[in-house]
Design a protein around this ligand. Structure first.
Ligand code: GYE
Length: 311
């Protein structure tokens, strides 16, 4: 990760370009890191980044994108909060000949409405998390509770699917309860409290699968408040690899996470600079890595490395 964030070749051709970025908000530690890495990447390349925080609302994103089009920006980046409802505004950008790049989440819209999408393979992330659990649990019976991401967002849909694929055929592992925690720490805690209550105090919950680390961190608190030990009584597996989950791992309170780089803007700017230089069409989907981390992977060291990388 350190290498990925620092070995940026300065693409001078984006110097002075005006790029609008419609960010979802700051629901998670990962999201906040993505914002600061994007601003840093823009500054390194001399880009004039117009940043708009949508406070989790699609209507604010659509408004911001329309504003960018009216300003005549050179390109638009958007992290789409949900998958549907983008056709009109993306068509408007296309008609204005402004390239649009999707960051970290996908859309249900024709592929010709955006230049490229820089994101992880979210089905794979769910699968990696699920495969970890399958290997960890072996033949034991395991009742899982699931904290889903934002309803209608591609990471929530895909991470659910991937996890279900991984546990399919392992009848000893079942998802007992599944609810959205909206990718936030506070909602993750609240929903986990509800799961524990509904499951007779939580003693028979074997694992929590959270679609992001922030919800897992909230769930860890709820588990502790219920007098149980996260990491042992209830295993904790999630996605993102933010510093706080490594702190939890170092304390024995979390078991596995799947890394999501916060540096989506770097590859996005590289693709854009090639496109603006000579019309080179980038890959439609630029896929970032999904690496599993467990307590065997030096969690304290990972925590230290990640602190200061925009987190
Ligand atoms: O995992 C989560 C965030 O869109 C893939 O959004 C991203 C997710 C990320 O809030 O923490």
């Amino acid at each position: 990760l350190a290498t990925a964030l620092t070995s940026v070749s300065l693409a001078q051709d984006l110097q002075g370009k005006v790029i609008g970025f419609s960010q979802i908000g700051s629901e998670s530690g990962w999201r906040a890191a993505e914002t600061s890495v994007t601003k840093q990447q823009a500054a390194d390349r001399g880009i004039d980044l117009k940043f708009a925080d949508a406070q989790q609302k699609q209507e604010n994103q659509i408004k911001a994108i329309r504003g960018f089009i009216a300003q005549g920006v050179d390109a638009i980046m958007v992290a789409p909060v949900v998958a549907t409802g983008w056709d009109d505004v993306l068509t408007e950008a296309k008609e204005a000949e402004i390239p649009v790049i999707l960051l970290d989440r996908g859309v249900d819209a024709p592929e010709d409405l955006y230049l490229t999408s820089v994101a992880s393979d979210q089905v794979k992330e769910g699968r990696v998390a699920g495969e970890w659990l399958v290997a960890e649990i072996g033949d034991a019976d395991c009742k899982v509770v699931e904290l889903q991401g934002t309803v209608g967002s591609t990471p929530a849909i895909n991470r659910k699917q991937g996890f279900e694929e991984a546990i399919a055929g392992h009848d000893n592992i079942t998802i007992a309860r599944s609810q959205t925690g909206d990718f936030t720490r506070s909602k993750g805690k609240e929903v986990m409290e509800g799961f524990i209550k509904a499951e007779n105090g939580g003693a028979y919950i074997c694992a929590v699968y959270a679609h992001n680390d922030d919800m897992a961190v909230g769930a860890i608190q709820a588990i502790k408040d219920a007098g149980l030990k996260p990491g042992t009584d209830i295993k904790v597996v999630s996605i993102d690899a933010v510093p706080d989950i490594f702190a939890a791992m170092a304390a024995g309170e979390a078991n596995a996470t799947v890394e999501l780089t916060p540096n989506m803007a770097g590859p996005a700017f590289d693709a854009l600079s090639a496109y603006l230089a000579d019309g080179t069409a980038p890959e439609k989907f630029i896929i970032t890595e999904s690496k599993l981390y467990t307590p065997a992977d030096n969690p304290q060291g990972e925590y230290d490395t990640r602190k200061g990388l925009g987190y």
